[in-house]
Design a binder for this molecule. Structure first.
Ligand SMILES: [Fe+2]
Ligand SMILES: [Fe+2]
Length: 164
């Protein structure tokens, strides 16, 4: 399977821009979001590669692994709403192809990540508030909470960058 969701570009940040402005998620939006979360895992692992500090690397790897967990929760949400979706392997995820192999990790870059993850929590809270199915809303809130945790980890990494 290498088909992008209708209405979404095969680009990690481009797809994120689209889902970002949705007030409520339809099943196709949740599928796209699951692909974004999977690509988010690869993104974090690639960002971690650019870091020398093993502690900082570990923090970002942890966040990356949790992004995959978010995708798995979204599969449950899709099921609860009567849909069905399987996560593709990374090499079959069209969004992964647009994730760079390495990123120039500096304070500015990490500050973007801090803000982006905070935003992620707010998005999930908004989608939860608009969702009629309470179990699905709960999944969104669980994911959102962890995005804030990711934001906090990114802040920790900024401190480590300052120390090295
Ligand atoms: Fe996530
Ligand atoms: Fe995150």
């Amino acid at each position: 399977m290498n088909a992008m969701i209708p209405g979404y570009p095969a680009d990690f940040f481009g797809a994120l821009e689209i889902v970002k402005v949705r007030e409520k998620l339809a099943i196709d939006d949740i599928k796209a979001l699951a692909l974004i979360e999977c690509a988010g895992e690869v993104f974090y692992l690639n960002v971690a590669k650019g870091l020398g500090n093993p502690e900082a690397k570990a923090l970002l790897t942890k966040s990356g692994n949790e992004e995959r967990g978010h995708a798995h929760r979204l599969l449950k949400a899709i099921k609860l709403l009567g849909g069905d979706f399987t996560l593709p392997e990374h090499d079959q995820n069209p969004l992964v192809a647009s994730v760079m192999a390495e990123y120039p990790v500096n304070v500015e870059f990490m500050a973007m990540l801090v803000a982006g993850e905070k935003d992620g929590d707010l998005m999930y809270q908004r989608w939860a508030a608009a969702e009629a199915n309470p179990e699905v809303a709960k999944i969104y809130l669980q994911n959102g909470k962890e995005e804030t945790l990711h934001s906090e980890r990114a802040s920790q990494v900024i401190q480590m960058l300052g120390e090295s």
